[in-house]
Design a protein around this ligand. Sequence first.
Ligand code: BG6
Length: 478
Amino acid sequence: MTKGYQMPTGFLWGGAVAAHQVEGAWQAGGKGVSIADVMRAGAKDVPRLVDDQPLAEQVYPNHWGIDFYHTYRDDIKLFAEMGFKCFRTSIAWTRIFPNGDEALPNQEGLQFYDDLFATCQQYGIEPIVTLSHFELPLHLVTAYGGFRSREVEAAFLKFAQVCFERYYETVKYWMTFNEINNQAMWRDPHPLLQNSGLLLADTENAEEAMFQAAHLELVASAKAVSLAHLIDPTLQVGAMIAMTPIYPLSAKPQDVMMAERAMRYRYYYGDVHALGTYPAWLRRYWTRKGYDIAITEADQVALQNGTVDYVGFSYYNSLATEYQADNPHYDYDEARSVVPNPYVPRSDWGWQIDPVGLRYGMNWMAARWHKPLFIVENGYGAYDQIEDGQIHDDYRINYLRDHVLEMEKAVVEDGIDLLGYTPWSAIDIISASTGEMKKRYGLIYVDQDDEGHGSGRRLKKDSFTWYQQVIASNGETL
Ligand code: BG6
């Protein structure tokens, strides 16, 4: 048994999921169609296909999720048994505004989250809530072009306002856009669709469209922060950044410079969220590329006034990069700039496993943004086998232990202000990138396969018991 450091009193240990990956019940209670509802299943290296609307002859894994819409009371009871102090989920935008642009919210959807948050409260579990976690109303994509449009910015703000006003007494911690910076991978259609609701025309410059859409999201996020503070000054509204540190492959000065450029490209979103302004290099980059990003005076004021209270982030892996002679400006392009790191192992889905990178990333963000941090995702997607009714997921325990140890060093030795830790995922979920069930992250097993077949029964994995004692010892027994 490894001995870790104790975390400060009040540290928020918990677990995380997102509405579209667990709730299922895609048409229940007046829910509208979200972008997740038109994504078919994919697999490792097989992208998820996206339809214009749900087709009767196709299957969409998010339609069933793990049926959390109906099972949440029992599932939260299990979270409480693990000792959760907090639980991160998201509000499915389409339960509140089915199309995204209605005048009035859907009362049945609001009621669902009343009950969900009340159940958390009953067990003394603090809800941590993301407003937009890859589940935009599809109508906002087809009718307005996603976050290309100021109408969608306004629709998000209205959604945020309804949620803050309805839940401010039970939900104190909020996040605006999940992994907003994943759009730095703009060659891959999924981050653009999942974050911004962008479906690109063939003639469109994807990178320019991404910068424009991300800008409207950053403005919408800043306005949401200001609005939340008007409704209740004690509300804590955070960003949500995918922290994937990018290392230089070697000590060659050009490789080191390339990594620095990669980091600033992938994390400028955090600069805007936390510092309220765009970095000078980015404006020059836009000029060099001939991009015309519309940023108004009013936007700049909103960004300044609405800096986030904390930075929530996910951490799964790190990347490496190297300088290429035909890239004199050190421009970062995820598809061609990333190279394998020979010093770290990989998961079955090819994700590099690097616990030290978590501490590195935390130090990098704390020094740059001067905000408290919150680890809102960290976990290991793996195949699980049931043996004699049990799941001996040592690989997951090892992954989590190694990461928690680095997290604790960052807090205790480095003095980083960290609000909590919610591993991904509290329970098995539908994978966001592949739509698979077999890429399992949970501390609790769900008896269901990729096609949605199975009893749905919940089983405690070995990692459940391991995490229970981590929480009970406030991080000392690992
Ligand atoms: C993050 C997302 O990208 O990573 C989650 O916020 C997602 O929604 C998680 O599930 C793991 O990724 P994946 O693609 O393996 O499910």
